[in-house]
Design a protein around this ligand. Structure first.
Ligand code: B12
Ligand code: SF4
Ligand code: SF4
Length: 463
C-alpha cells in the first residue's frame, strides 16, 4: 500500500470510529511555544500546575517518544460536539445553573482516549510496528490548538478557540503521534497574516485589529492531485474545496466576556475566567468576580455563543457514542440537587450517581457546591435560602464559605432575616477562619471577625 492509500484508509478508519476531522502534519516545533512559556511566566496557569511541567515536550512533541523509533507524523483529530442551543429562556433563567455544552454528555477524555489507541492499533496492524504511538487528549503536554491551526482543522479566533468556518468552535481536539511517515496534509494557508509579535500579544493587542485570514481545506481527505479541467472549472472546484476563515475586525467575544478575562485577542487570563474557576480551581472564588458569574455553574460558553462562526449551526447528534446531550445535564434547576430524594450537591454518593460519568466530577462535589452557592446568591430570590441553608452546614469549608456569601446576597437584596440569623450563628459557631471571614463580610463587618495578623493573608486569597 502506498503512503497515500494507507493515509486515505487511515482517515476512513478515523471517521468510522467517530472522529469528524483528521489531518496529518509532520512533527516539528509548536508555532506558539514561546508565547506559551511567556504566558506561564506571567503566572497565568495559577493552580493548573500541570501546564508548567514538560515544557520542552510541549514545544517539541517528538520528545514524547519513550521507546522505539522517533515520531514523524502528528495526527490531529477533532470531534464536533455541537448538539443544539439552549433556549434563551432557559439560559437566562437565574433559578437554573448553566453547564457548558461540552459537558452535556459523558466525559470526552474517557471516550476519546481509548479510540486513539484503537486507531493506533489499526495502523500498527498494517505496518507491523511493535511499539505504541502516543495518544493525547486535553491533559497531555501538547499545544493542541496550535497544531489544530497548523493542520487546518480550524483557525485560531481572537477568543483563543479553534474555529472551523462550517462547523464552528464546538470541537474537541486530540492528537496521535506515530513513527510512520503518512501523507501530510497541506498546512493552513495564510492568504493574509500579520506577523504578530509575542510581546504585543502579551501586552494586549487592539481588539478591533484584523490579524489575518486563512484558507481551510474542506473535509479531511488528501488533496485531489489529479484534477483535470479548464481554468474556470479548476477555480470553481477550488472555491468549493476551500473555506475562508478570519475574525476580521470582529470583537464580539472580547466584548461579551462578563469578567473581562481577555487581555486582548489570543490572550486570555484564566485567573479571571469563569471556566477556570468553576472547573479547575479548588480554591475560594475571588469575591470581586462572583457577581459576574451569573448562573454559570460549570464552565462557560459565552465567548463562543456570540461568535458569528457559531450561529445557525444545524442541530446534530455527535458521531461518538456517549457524547449525546442529556437534557438533565444542560441547565438543572439550582434547588434540584438539594432535594431530599436525591441531594446530589450535598451527598457524595448521590453526586457520584448523578454526575459520575460527566466531566463535572473534575470539579468534585465540594467545588460544584461552591459554584452553586454563587449562582444561588446571584439568583437572589428568597427561595434560594433553602439551598444556601443546607450548604451552610456542609462538611466542606469551601462550600460553607460560599454559602455565607450567597446568604449575604439575600440579606443585601431583601433584608432577609433568616439569612441574617444564620450568618450570625455561623459567625458564632464556625471553627474555620475563612468561613468566619466570609460570614462577617456578608454581614457587613468582615474586619471584626479576624485578628489583624490573619486579615492580610485571608484577604489576599479571597478578595
Ligand atoms: C489550560 C486550558 C484551559 C484554561 C486556559 C485556556 C486558555 N485560553 O488559555 C481554561 C480553564 C480557562 C480553559 C477554558 C476553556 N477550555 Co480549555 N484547555 C486548556 C488546555 C489544557 C491547555 C491550553 C493552553 O495551553 N493554554 C495556554 C494558552 C497560551 O494556549 P491556547 O489557549 O492553546 O492558545 C494558543 C493560541 O492562542 C496560540 N496563539 C498565541 N498567539 C497567537 C496569535 C495567532 C495569530 C494565532 C493563530 C495563535 C496564537 O498560542 C497558544 C499556544 O499554542 C487545552 C488542551 C491542550 N492540551 O492544549 C484545553 C482546550 C484548549 N480547552 C478546550 C475547551 C473546550 C475549553 C472551554 C470551551 C471549556 C468551557 N466551555 O468552559 C473554555 C474556553 C475558554 C477560551 N476562550 O479559551 C478545548 C478547545 C477546543 C477548541 N475548539 O478550541 C481544548 C483544546 C481541550 C480539548 N482537547 O478539546 N481551558
Ligand atoms: S469562557 Fe467565559 S469567562 Fe472565560 S473568557 Fe470566555 S466568556 Fe470570558
Ligand atoms: S466572536 Fe468574532 S473576534 Fe471572537 S472569535 Fe468569533 S469571529 Fe473572532
Amino acid at each position: 500500500m502506498s503512503d497515500y492509500d494507507l493515509t486515505a484508509s487511515f482517515k476512513k478508519e478515523a471517521r468510522r470510529l467517530g472522529f469528524d476531522f483528521c489531518r496529518i502534519v509532520k512533527v516539528g516545533e509548536a508555532a506558539h511555544a514561546e508565547f506559551f512559556s511567556r504566558w506561564l511566566g506571567l503566572g497565568r496557569a495559577g493552580e493548573m500546575a500541570y501546564l508548567e511541567r514538560n515544557l520542552e515536550k510541549r514545544r517539541s512533541p517528538a520528545l514524547l517518544a519513550e521507546e522505539g523509533p522517533p515520531f514523524r507524523s502528528l495526527i490531529v483529530l477533532g470531534v464536533d460536539y455541537h448538539r443544539f442551543e439552549l433556549a434563551p429562556e432557559v439560559r437566562g433563567d437565574p433559578s437554573r445553573g448553566i453547564i457548558a455544552s461540552y459537558a452535556w454528555g459523558d466525559d470526552y477524555h474517557e471516550i476519546i482516549r481509548p479510540l486513539l489507541y484503537e486507531l493506533d492499533g489499526w495502523l500498527r496492524a498494517r505496518t507491523g510496528r511493535s511499539t505504541l504511538g502516543k495518544g493525547l487528549v486535553d491533559t497531555g503536554p501538547v499545544l493542541e490548538r496550535d497544531w489544530a491551526h497548523k493542520a487546518g482543522i480550524g483557525f485560531t479566533g481572537k477568543n483563543c478557540c479553534t474555529i472551523h468556518p462550517e462547523r464552528g468552535s464546538w470541537v474537541f481536539l486530540a492528537t496521535l503521534l506515530v513513527p510512520e511517515e503518512l501523507a501530510f496534509d497541506p498546512h493552513l494557508v495564510a492568504v493574509r497574516s500579520d506577523d504578530i509579535g509575542v510581546e504585543e500579544t502579551l501586552a494586549g493587542l487592539s481588539a478591533k485589529g484584523d490579524y489575518g485570514a486563512w484558507q481551510l481545506q474542506r473535509g479531511s481527505g488528501p488533496t485531489p492531485v489529479n484534477f483535470q479541467g479548464n481554468e474556470r472549472e479548476i477555480r470553481e472546484a477550488e472555491a468549493r474545496e476551500f473555506l475562508l476563515a478570519t475574525c476580521g475586525h470582529c470583537t464580539r467575544c472580547l466584548d461579551a466576556c462578563p469578567t473581562d478575562a481577555f487581555i486582548g485577542p489570543f490572550h486570555l487570563d484564566p485567573q479571571r475566567c469563569i471556566s477556570f474557576w468553576t472547573i479547575e480551581s479548588r480554591q475560594p472564588i475571588p469575591r470581586s468576580l462572583r457577581r459576574l458569574f451569573g448562573n454559570r455553574i460549570f464552565g462557560c460558553d459565552i465567548c463562543q455563543e456570540v461568535c458569528p462562526w457559531n450561529q445557525r449551526l444545524a442541530e446534530r447528534t455527535p458521531l461518538l457514542r456517549g457524547l449525546e446531550a442529556r437534557q438533565e445535564r444542560t441547565a438543572p434547576p439550582l434547588l434540584e440537587g438539594f432535594d431530599r430524594r436525591m441531594p446530589y450537591w450535598l451527598e457524595p454518593r448521590a453526586f457520584a450517581e448523578r454526575w459520575g460519568r460527566s466531566p463535572l466530577k473534575r470539579a468534585r462535589r465540594s467545588g460544584m457546591l461552591r459554584n452553586v452557592c454563587i449562582a444561588l446568591g446571584n439568583w437572589g430570590d428568597p427561595a434560594a435560602f433553602e439551598g444556601l441553608e443546607a450548604a451552610a452546614t456542609d462538611d466542606s469549608a469551601l462550600a460553607r464559605g460560599h454559602a455565607a456569601w450567597g446568604l449575604g446576597e439575600l440579606l443585601r437584596r431583601h433584608s432577609d432575616v433568616r439569612a441574617a440569623a444564620l450568618l450570625e450563628s455561623l459567625l458564632a459557631a464556625e471553627k474555620d477562619s475563612r468561613v468566619r471571614e466570609e460570614a462577617g463580610n456578608a454581614l457587613g463587618r468582615g474586619d471584626e471577625t479576624l485578628a489583624s495578623s490573619r486579615r492580610r493573608d485571608v484577604y489576599s486569597r479571597i478578595a
